[in-house]
Ligand binder design. Sequence first.
Ligand code: FPP
Length: 239
Amino acid sequence: MSHAPNAVPNHVAIILDGNGRWAKKRGLERHEGHRAGALNLRDIALTAADCGVNVLSVFAFSTENWQRPKEEVDRLMALPAELDEVLWDKLEAAQISIRFSGRRDRLKPDTRDLMAELEAKTFTHTRMVLNVCLDYGSKDERLHATKSIAQAALDKKLSLETLDITTLSSALYTQGLPDVDFLIRTSGEQRLSNFLLFQSAYAELYFTRVLWPDFKPKRFKRALKVYQKRTRKFGGVKG
Ligand code: FPP
């Protein structure tokens, strides 16, 4: 199975890296970098939807990010509520469906409520899904999925003979979303950092040295052009 030339990737995933360095370069606090990163996320989400991308997943906060200084974590966690008019309203108005993947039990009730409200308000939007991965980690996701499958087997709601990849996929936080076609990481780091590992099994990878707040729509479109030149084989032969 090779994809049609010039196809737009169905599912793009982005590791939004480099906010801290972007702020430092400007003599700003790290939080200002995260804020600029969130505003850039809005612009890239709108661009991705314009380009015909169906799902955009972004790594907003990892299961490991709790190790950062408390002040940075607190301010990052306060960001979703601060971004109503400048981020969420714009995405809603563009008919983008917003959903969140990851653990919810460690988030503040206000954050959880806001997430549920955004998901409910935009559930029927069909232009693109913006999947915000928050307190997300692939290892944690796999553990969560394994526990729910084991429990279903113990409860005799699922037999191990019929357990397949589709069942496993639907036990993940990204249930219902297609596999990742194109994974972008900004800021020069070349690793996956526990992000959508199962879903990115055959993703094309794209690394750029540009820091996330500087990764503007033009650069995103350039990256899509690079994707379009790749040959995907999914373990088969070039067809
Ligand atoms: C990595 O940059 C970025 C993060 C850990 C946070 C990403 C979050 C946003 C862009 C905000 C999106 C927010 C919402 C609520 C949708 P870094 O801090 O590791 O940068 P550095 O490596 O240069 O220090």
